[in-house]
Design a protein around this ligand. Structure first.
Ligand SMILES: NC(=O)c1ccc[n+]([C@@H]2O[C@H](COP(=O)([O-])OP(=O)(O)OC[C@H]3O[C@@H](n4cnc5c(N)ncnc54)[C@H](OP(=O)(O)O)[C@@H]3O)[C@@H](O)[C@H]2O)c1
Length: 348
């Protein structure tokens, strides 16, 4: 299970939920990390001060901007994506495909040119067709029927295909793929849909959630999966890091317990779409980001039917999933420390 020792690793998307957890994990392992970010000030604000951390400014859609940062790296862990923005109204689809598909091939080319031997790609469990409780989906699952209809999902499927084509011609490059479930945890500065939901529940702003369920995972455990994949993951091999399936109401109850507020109640799935429409409209009028969007609710409802196994990650790369109570407690502490949430016992 052990592979080459990583001395210097470039992390794209290092200001994001997963990327910041990857940086923290590398530093904890004693590995030098290069955080490739668009905004150096933001990175300095969000990432730990550590002499083994270098911040490099670059945009993944512009290889010239980051080529130098790859020099001397043992691996790139690629987490940057047009992700958070997709679940907002008015998503920029050309930018989505440029960032999530074209930029991946460019990054692989730049890695080969800089003699970096491994690039870990962050894909998603939403590239997998549903499994059932009796027969959960695994890494061999094809994309779900109609995968092209969801642009974000389509970008992740196309990226996987582009990687397969690229590595077919550049066999010296090793590209393992990590497929996270719905990630939660400290460091969600964006915040992503999970962080927004966390804050809405914590502030008592959300009264109801749809009867749905998903695979929920701590971003720090996915970060461990990315680092293990960089060390010893096989090329073009997928490693699902889905975490545990649980009802959405159990997730929001976990958040409520961690913060000490009452949890939203569960409502039928159909009502949730109408509710999300209202939230989107009201957020638009108030020029705020909506707590939930129709696209986000559709993804939640998809997750309700699907069951996915992370057995390969556990058996081949030795990654375990921590209890989600720890995730929510640490996320509450993070939001309190950043001031996005009032101190325990204080006014929201
Ligand atoms: N979160 C989930 O539940 C989930 C589930 C499955 C898969 N994934 C995948 O996991 C990866 C990480 O997601 P996340 O939750 O950490 O998302 P996130 O918090 O939104 O972070 C995305 C990161 O990508 C960066 N980025 C976006 N466009 C860029 C560009 N053109 N050049 C350079 N950096 C760019 C962002 O930089 P700024 O800070 O400058 O915006 C941010 O640091 C993504 O590939 C996502 O598709 C996420």
């Amino acid at each position: 299970m052990t592979g080459p020792v990583l001395r210097r690793v470039v992390v794209t998307g290092a200001t994001g939920l997963l990327g910041s957890a990857v940086v923290a994990r590398l530093l904890a392992d004693g590995t030098e990390a290069v955080a490739l970010v668009r905004d150096a000030d933001k990175a300095r604000r969000l990432l730990p001060g550590d002499e083994r951390l270098t911040v490099a400014v670059g945009d993944v859609t512009d290889p010239a901007s980051y080529r130098k940062a790859l020099t001397g790296a043992d691996a790139v862990i690629h987490t940057a994506a047009y992700f958070r923005e997709y679940y907002q109204p008015g998503a920029d689809l050309p930018r989505l495909f440029r960032t999530n598909v074209d930029a991946v091939t460019d990054l692989l080319r730049a890695a080969v040119d800089a003699s970096v031997p491994v690039v870990v790609q962050t894909s998603s469990i939403n590239t997998l067709a549903s499994g059932t409780e009796e027969a959960p989906a695994d890494e061999s699952a094809p994309p779900p029927p109609g995968w092209e209809r969801n642009a974000y999902r389509a970008s992740k499927v196309r990226a996987e295909r582009a990687i397969t084509a690229f590595v077919g011609k550049e066999k010296d490059l090793r590209v393992p793929l990590v497929l996270p479930g719905w990630m939660w945890g400290p460091g969600d500065a964006g915040p992503t849909s999970a962080g927004r939901l966390f804050l809405s529940v914590a502030k008592g702003a959300l009264r109801a959630v749809p009867r749905a369920g998903n695979h929920v995972v701590d971003a720090r455990d996915v970060a461990a999966a990315c680092v293990r994949a960089a060390e010893s993951g096989q090329s073009l091999r997928r490693y699902i890091a889905a975490g545990r399936w649980q009802r959405l109401s159990a997730t929001t109850q976990g958040v409520a317990d961690a913060v000490g507020v009452s949890a939203p109640r569960e409502i039928p799935a159909a009502a949730a779409l109408t509710f999300a429409t209202l939230l989107e409209t009201s957020a638009k009028l108030r020029r705020r980001e909506p707590v939930a969007t129709r696209e986000g609710v559709r993804v939640l409802l998809d997750g309700n039917r699907t069951r996915i196994s992370s057995a390969r990650l556990q058996s081949e790369l030795g990654v375990e999933f921590r209890p989600l109570s720890e995730t929510f407690a640490d996320e509450a502490a993070y939001y309190r420390a950043t001031g996005l949430l009032a101190p325990a016992g204080g006014a929201a």
